[in-house]
Design a protein around this ligand. Structure first.
Ligand code: ADP
Ligand code: MG
Length: 329
């Protein structure tokens, strides 16, 4: 199951900062600043980092819900960055998103029936009977019932709304779902139900997930591999075991030290990071993390570290792991 479904190459999204009477561009928020990774068919790929590090922007740029500033997105071997609108619209059948906030992401004026039927109409499923069959199957697989179809979003709890959001993402039988903090807005007691549902659906429909989360505890059980982001960049990519047992990047180590560990023998030393996350409009030169890194060296203030394979597919962007001979190669 190592076939690549999605490849992201040197993706950037810079938002212009406009000010003044003439709306002149005064700089850029570098929300995503040159990231590359690939996602295998059938896997759950976690994208983790503190609020504001660029996770949602990455997810939306991949689906081209916002236009990337630079870089390529390749889906099933086909470059989709640069596809004309109509071709992109068709492509999006295969690539869907589940949003963080099930309250604002469902149109309050529409019944569940309509919310689920609309994508089917837009994508040309002309037979009313076929649409109805699909909708009834969908509402069933996400654990709701047909009587729910005629209700409106405000009549549901947060967990039920997220089930509707998931059903909507599934209507067109996508291959990839970007789940953008799908449980962050839900009560803790509901979170695992929704995560279990996502896992069941993955098995049933052979889905591939990019699962976005702001801390490492949520993704631990669901993800096969995890990418850790800091200030618009990926600092580490590893499979779950590598990441949780042998985190390499000092930022990952700090994030992980904050994850509650049920086994007291394994309790990690909590690493408290100094200072604030710098603004993505003014990221530090060199390694973006150097201003807060307990292990920063001179080189970190000057040279941006590349994301390199340190062995077994464990990738880290940190000068502690840059081969000393790299300048001579
Ligand atoms: P995350 O999902 O990791 O919390 P986001 O991708 O939402 O982060 O945001 C990354 C950065 O980009 C933040 O500094 C945010 O304020 C900024 N940003 C996001 N969307 C826009 C936008 N439309 N215009 C300007 N800045 C934006
Ligand atoms: Mg977000």
């Amino acid at each position: 199951m190592s076939e690549t479904l999605l490849e992201v190459q040197h993706l950037k999204k810079y938002f212009p900062i406009r000010k003044g009477l003439w709306n002149k561009t005064r700089g850029y928020v570098k929300a995503v600043d040159d990231i590359s990774f690939s996602v295998r068919r059938g896997e759950t790929f976690g994208l983790v980092g503190e609020s504001g590090c660029g996770k949602s922007t990455t997810g939306r740029s991949i689906l081209r819900l916002i236009e990337p500033s630079e870089g390529k997105v390749i889906f099933e071997g086909r470059e989709i960055t640069g596809l004309p609108d109509e071709a992109m619209r068709k492509q999006r059948r295969d690539m869907q998103i589940v949003f963080q906030d099930p309250f604002s992401s469902l149109d309050p004026r529409h019944s569940v029936q309509r919310i689920l039927e609309e994508p089917l109409i837009v994508h040309g499923i002309k037979s009313r009977k076929e649409r109805q069959q699909r909708i009834e199957k969908l509402i069933d697989v996400v654990g709701l019932t047909r009587t729910h179809l005629h209700r409106y979003p405000h009549q549901f709890s947060g967990g039920q709304r997220q089930r509707i959001g998931i059903a909507r993402a599934l209507t067109l039988q996508p291959k990839l779902i970007v789940a953008d903090e799908p449980v962050s807005a839900l009560d803790v007691s509901i979170q695992s139900q929704v995560i279990n549902l996502l896992q069941d659906l993955q098995n049933e429909f052979r889905l591939t997930y990019i699962f976005i989360a702001h801390d490492l505890s949520v993704v631990k059980h669901i993800c096969d591999r995890v990418a850790v982001m800091y200030l618009g960049r990926i600092v580490e990519i590893a499979n779950k075991h590598q990441l949780y047992d042998m985190p390499q990047h000092p930022y990952t180590q700090a994030l992980l030290s904050a994850v509650p560990e049920p086994d007291p023998d394994l309790k990690r030393q909590r690493i408290i990071l100094q200072g604030e996350v710098p603004s993505p409009a003014n990221a530090p030169v060199g390694c973006a993390f150097h201003t807060r890194c307990p292990k920063a060296m001179q080189v970190c203030t000057e040279v941006r570290p590349q994301l390199l394979d340190t062995g077994g597919g464990h990738m880290t962007a940190c000068h502690l792991y840059t081969p000393a001979s790299s300048g001579m190669e």
